[in-house]
Design a protein around this ligand. Structure first.
Ligand SMILES: [Zn+2]
Length: 489
């Protein structure tokens, strides 16, 4: 079964076919860089990283664009309130560009640790002001926007006469009013639910540019339309982001694309793909609830909800153990379990490396392989693909014990597929060589001491070692000529 993806626009799973094969254009909304990246950033980045990796594995030439929002994202995600980056700059007495560059670097650091590949293009909003102005001018020419006091607003009444509104979210324009406050901008609008494409800047505003309408700065929504279309054309293949962006951000992008390019824009992207959010103990993550966890806090363990620090791959695996459209509830226990699962995955890989080939194949590698790819093809179900990987454990033990055998070529195929899926597609790195060699050295010493005890018929000591290891969650597998170890599942 070829790749199917759930399309938020049509509300069903659809066969993925690129508009211009073998090329695939994918745009994903990146971070607004005014604070340390948190678990929500980690989930979106890892999910779309795996999609990027899988499309590449399938042979497509993917241009992956993920932006950096460094201007125009106002508090409350609407047209009022302070720019998030300017507020941070004011509070910390920094230049806005210092804030943006510092948190961009922090974001990169965290993503590199999580083994998230850098996108092909990472455009910043401030470096694409001319593209945004050009798009706004065209929307004005088409009669879907108006200028008031140096600000430009999208005219939703005019738009609704030409195009249906709410195609992505199913929401009504009236809902745009929720959460927006009565500030000075509201009186300028013809209708309270019109949204800003360009905002006039007061002389003291730190980030402003020349435009046909005077000095100002772009709205958050126009940035993503302008940058995605600039690099990928319109329509392009995949637009992604977190579910919280469906409304109003992505609905606004589709509106702008039609207002600018007409029906040819075809909803700006063929597939709209959204990942579900991260909850903490069933609650929405928020600074006010004190359950806001940054990626670095997961690595260091410096957070009241964490018992210790965890390696980046434990977090990556935890994210991939949930299907991307399901909620992901984060907890210390879940992370602990994911850490163990990660180590177990490495051990299965290692066991596969030790199997000796036999004369005949008594186990069907091809059908196991098919089950892994069927899971990935079914709307990128990494949870199911991982379950298939873990299911290999018992088979690997039987193959190792030679209870069943595989011919050399089948064994090679099994090892190759394992490596491709675990490392290339799911992006799970092997343990650092140093860490692994330490583990191996310690465990081999303990195993040697226990074998020595047994050879000397000191069974009490041998059993004591085995039981103490079991208490620590380490199980010994005794074979006639050697003993292997593994972590309890
Ligand atoms: Zn965006």
């Amino acid at each position: 079964m070829p790749l199917h993806l759930y399309n938020t626009l049509t509300r069903r799973k659809e066969l993925f076919e690129p508009l211009r094969p073998p090329y695939v254009g994918m745009y994903v909304c990146g971070p607004t860089v005014y604070g340390d990246p948190h678990l929500g950033h980690a989930r979106a980045a890892v999910v779309f990283d795996v999609l990027y990796r899988y499309l590449t594995y399938l042979g497509y030439k993917v241009r992956y664009v993920r932006n950096i929002t460094d201007v125009g994202h106002l508090e409350g995600d609407a047209d009022e309130g302070e720019d998030k980056i300017l507020k941070k700059a004011r509070l910390e007495k920094l230049e806005p560009i210092e804030v943006a560059q510092y948190y961009t670097a922090r974001y990169h650091q965290a993503m590199d640790a999580l083994h998230v590949k850098r996108p092909s293009i990472e455009p910043t909003a401030t470096a694409h002001i001319p593209q945004q102005i050009a798009m706004i001018e065209r929307i004005l020419q088409n009669g879907f926007a108006y200028v008031v006091n140096g600000s430009v607003y999208l005219d939703l009444e005019a738009y609704r006469k030409a195009y249906p509104y709410g195609v992505l979210s199913g929401r009504q324009v009236e809902e745009l009013l929720a959460g927006s406050r009565e500030l000075e901008g509201q009186q300028e609008k013809r209708h309270p639910y019109d949204f800003a494409l360009w905002k006039r800047a007061e002389p003291t505003h730190l980030m402003q540019w020349d435009s046909p309408w005077g000095r100002g700065f772009p709205g958050w929504h126009i940035e993503c339309s302008a940058m995605s279309i600039h690099y990928l054309g319109v329509p392009f293949d995949i637009h992604g982001g977190g579910m919280d962006l469906v409304f109003p951000h992505h609905e606004a992008e589709i509106t702008q694309a039609h207002a600018c390019f007409g029906t040819e824009a075809q909803h700006q992207a063929r597939f709209w793909v959204h990942n579900n959010l991260v909850t903490i103990g069933g609650q929405k993550m928020s600074k006010s609830l004190g359950n806001f966890i940054t990626i670095e806090e997961v690595f260091t363990g410096r957070h009241a909800l964490l018992s210790r620090g965890y390696p980046p791959m434990a977090l990556r695996l935890l994210i991939l153990q949930a299907h991307y459209r399901s909620p992901l509830d984060f907890s210390d226990e879940a992370l602990q379990a994911a850490h163990k699962a990660y180590l177990r995955l490495l051990q299965i890989g290692e066991l596969l490396g030790r199997i000796q080939p036999g004369g005949i194949s008594e186990w069907d590698v091809a059908s196991w392989e098919a089950s892994v790819f069927a899971a990935l093809d079914d709307d990128l179900n990494t949870a199911q693909a991982l379950a298939q990987l873990f299911s290999l454990h018992d088979e690997a033990v039987r193959l190792y014990k030679r209870e069943v055998t595989l011919r050399g070529e089948d064994l090679e195929r099994l090892r190759r597929t394992w490596k491709v899926v675990v490392e290339d597609i799911l992006g799970l790195l092997p343990l650092k060589a140093v860490e692994k060699s330490r583990w191996d050295a310690v465990m081999s010493l303990i195993i040697t001491l226990r074998r020595k005890a047994r050879a000397e018929k000191n069974y009490a000591l041998a059993d004591f070692i085995r039981d103490e290891l079991a208490k620590a969650g380490i199980r010994l597998l005794d074979f006639p000529h050697e003993t292997l170890w593994e972590l309890e599942a």
